[in-house]
Design a protein around this ligand. Structure first.
Ligand code: A3P
Length: 297
């Protein structure tokens, strides 16, 4: 079978999302120029950092309920939705999400008072999660070591949206320059260890009044097991087939597992000692000027 042709835009490999495969520059520019509302919320993550989880928490907080949103977060996924015009008609506040780097977020967003939630997960667990995601999808059939050496750990990674390091460092810089409290940085590991405190922090950032009881209920409804179950029983999954541009060696009927394990430290089951040493060297060099408190366990 033919290999899908890699598509590179702005130095990054593009994920197989229909609008990006058709014309990445057009979609990126439309997003950059998106007309924003003062209460827009954009959840910005590198893939596999817990986007579905935090998105559901955000939706519950802004609606003040513990009802699951019927749609999956892909209905609000800026670079993927078939027609970006539907965003204009969404009710406010709009819980949008994207894997685009900071430089491509809507220009108007923070000028108009909108907010950005940037969720970071440690790159070893991101790599493991991404590896399983791509294998489940039938997008590749290689070992974890091969994936790390040929796709994730190379200077210009062949992963969607490029390098994890570039992605998080660009947001770190933006958060340092943020004078108006428009950017909240969250860590997957902190949310996992202290979900109540982190959800309260998120509510405060969103200017949402939420009782302790509501916070506790949201945390429970958004636990890994409950979200995994809701994904199978409640969620409308119809958008996936519309947005993924299936390459010849990707399985159109595959259902990517968005809720696989949901733990911190699964990398220890995948990294050999040698791979870990190699990774740590690159990490130390890439992150030498970063103050981000990344937690690997
Ligand atoms: P794993 O593959 O390590 O299990 P994204 O939503 O950005 O694609 O991220 C998916 C990752 O978040 C998956 O990681 C998934 O299991 C994890 N995840 C989803 N919901 C979660 C939850 N409620 N608690 C912890 N992890 C969760």
């Amino acid at each position: 079978m033919d290999k899908p042709k890699p598509l590179v835009f702005d130095g990054m490999n593009m994920p197989p999302l229909r609008p990006l495969r058709e014309n990445a520059e057009k979609r990126f520019t439309e997003i950059r120029d998106l007309e924003c509302m003062k209460d827009d919320i954009i959840l910005a993550t590198y893939s596999k950092s817990g986007t579905h989880w935090i998105w559901e928490v955000v939706c519950m907080l802004i609606k003040g309920t513990t009802e699951y949103t019927k749609e999956t977060k892909e209905f609000f996924f800026l670079e993927a939705i078939p027609d970006l015009d539907v965003v204009h008609n969404l009710p406010s506040p709009r819980p949008l999400n994207t894997h685009l780097p900071y430089r491509w977020l809507p220009k108007q967003l923070t000028e108009k008072g909108g907010k950005i939630i940037h969720v970071i997960r440690n790159p070893k667990d991101v790599a493991v999660s991404l590896y399983h995601h791509l294998v489940d999808f039938g997008a590749m059939n290689i070992s974890f070591n091969q994936f790390m050496e040929t796709m994730f750990m190379i200077p210009n990674p062949a992963c969607a949206m490029g390098s994890w390091y570039d992605y998080v460092k660009e947001f770190e810089q933006a958060a340092e320059n943020d004078k108006h409290g428009a950017i909240l940085t969250m860590f997957y590991e902190s949310m996992k260890k202290n979900p109540i405190d982190e959800t309260k922090r998120l509510a405060k950032f969103l200017n949402v009044e939420a009782s302790d009881k509501l916070i506790e209920d949201i945390v429970e409804k958004c636990s890994f097991e409950n979200l995994k179950n809701a994904d199978k029983t409640i969620k409308d999954q119809s958008i996936m087939k519309k947005i993924i541009d299936f390459a010849p060696n990707m399985d159109e009927n595959a259902k990517p597992n968005m809720y696989r394990k949901g733990v911190i430290g699964d990398w220890k089951n995948h990294f050999t000692v040698a791979l870990n040493e190699q990774f740590d060297k690159i990490y130390a060099d890439e992150m030498k000027n970063s103050k981000l408190p990344i937690q690997f366990e």
